[in-house]
Design a protein around this ligand. Structure first.
Ligand code: FUC
Length: 348
């Protein structure tokens, strides 16, 4: 196990960007202190060939200007909040509206754009990075001063992400990571021919602004990934819910609480790579990069295309305060926020 850190450029606000390189006998992972971005995960294919399995960009200016949350920590809230409005203890908070009338991924100056305080961490069986951030009261409209810590730990063939946050007043928090996976290795193909399994009997149908509108059974729909299924038929389906998000998946799935084992599995039969996702969160938003043709070139100079990556945004029920208020959790100085997600890499 070894950990090293390099200077990775300067942001437009003149802040130094660091890149932490975590390496053990299974994986090599790069983490930026900018947005807590997972910039690279190299994992072996079935022949032991190490290649990168996450979408990335080549320099910090590209991340600041045109990254669709590649690898980033998303907060204070992952996903959309209807009309940029939440009510807590009868007080209405108006949030930044950065996706039409809605708040998306915490607003304009959200966690994915911040330089986090960072330090190396080491234990008997892991190496990692601890990132921390203070977000002031009413930042992007959300109440409470927040002290957030995210740790990335490399433990054998697993990348473990732990999120913790405290607030000095009642507030809402919902953090995730927005890595786009592509198991072909070094972006050889889009993800259409990769296989997805989800421990989900229900997904949430969305409207034309991608706001959740209806908890829906996956039975008999392209959203049924209870058994491993190639992505192509779903991504190319003419199902109204596939078409409405620009042809693909951009939907919350409700994780089966009685599942044993992983929440999600992605497999690439060609390279033999397999990713398992474990989480303590109730939902996962699956986004298949339906607008990725808009972002320009990837780090290798190739044009990013539609469906080049797939995100597993493990998180709370989306828009929960407005859409499912009975399931909403409120955090404060005596109730801290925490979440844990694990990305595990093997071969088939
Ligand atoms: C995902 C999607 C959104 C958006 C963003 C970049 O989380 O849910 O629709 O396009 O990523």
């Amino acid at each position: 196990m070894e950990i090293s850190v390099t200077n990775w450029g300067i942001t437009k606000n003149n802040e130094n960007v660091k890149c932490y390189i975590l390496k053990n006998e299974f994986l090599e992972v790069e983490i930026l202190n900018y947005g807590g971005v997972i910039r690279k995960i190299s994992s072996p294919d079935k022949n032991g060939k190490m290649e990168n399995v996450v979408l990335n960009l080549s320099n910090i200016a590209d991340y600041e200007e045109r990254s669709p949350y590649f690898g980033a920590i998303v907060g204070r809230n992952a996903g959309r909040i209807a009309n940029g409005c939440i009510t807590i203890n009868g007080i209405k908070y108006s949030l930044a509206k950065n996706s039409g009338e809605n708040n998306l991924h915490g607003g304009i100056d959200n966690f994915s754009h911040k330089i986090w305080d960072s330090k190396e961490i080491k234990g008997e069986n892991f190496i990692g990075v601890e990132l921390s951030l203070k977000s002031p009261h009413l930042e992007e409209g959300f109440p409470g001063n927040i002290w957030a810590t995210v740790t990335y730990k490399l433990i054998d063939n697993e990348l473990v992400i732990e999120y913790n946050a405290t607030s000095d007043m009642d507030t809402y928090l919902n953090l995730t990571n927005h890595t786009y996976f592509n198991l072909s290795g070094d972006f050889k193909r889009d993800v259409s021919d990769e296989y997805l399994t989800l421990a989900c009997k229900e997904f949430i149908a969305v409207d034309e602004t991608t706001l959740p509108i209806k908890v829906t059974s996956v039975e008999g729909t392209p959203f049924d990934f209870q058994k491993s299924k190639e992505l192509a038929p779903a991504l190319n389906s003419d199902h109204e819910q596939i078409v409405i998000v620009n042809h693909g998946l951009d939907h919350p799935f409700i994780l089966d609480e009685t599942r044993e084992g992983s929440a999600a599995i992605l497999e690439d039969k060609v390279s033999g790579r397999k990713l398992e996702v474990y989480t303590d969160q109730p939902a996962v938003v699956i986004y298949s990069g339906n607008y990725l043709y808009e972002i320009g070139k990837l780090s290798d100079g190739s044009d990013c295309k539609k469906h080049m990556g797939i995100c597993f945004e493990t998180q709370d029920y989306p828009n929960v305060l407005n859409f499912m208020p009975e399931k909403a959790k409120i955090y404060n100085s005596s109730k801290a926020y925490s979440q844990k997600t694990v990305f595990k890499f093997t071969t088939i």
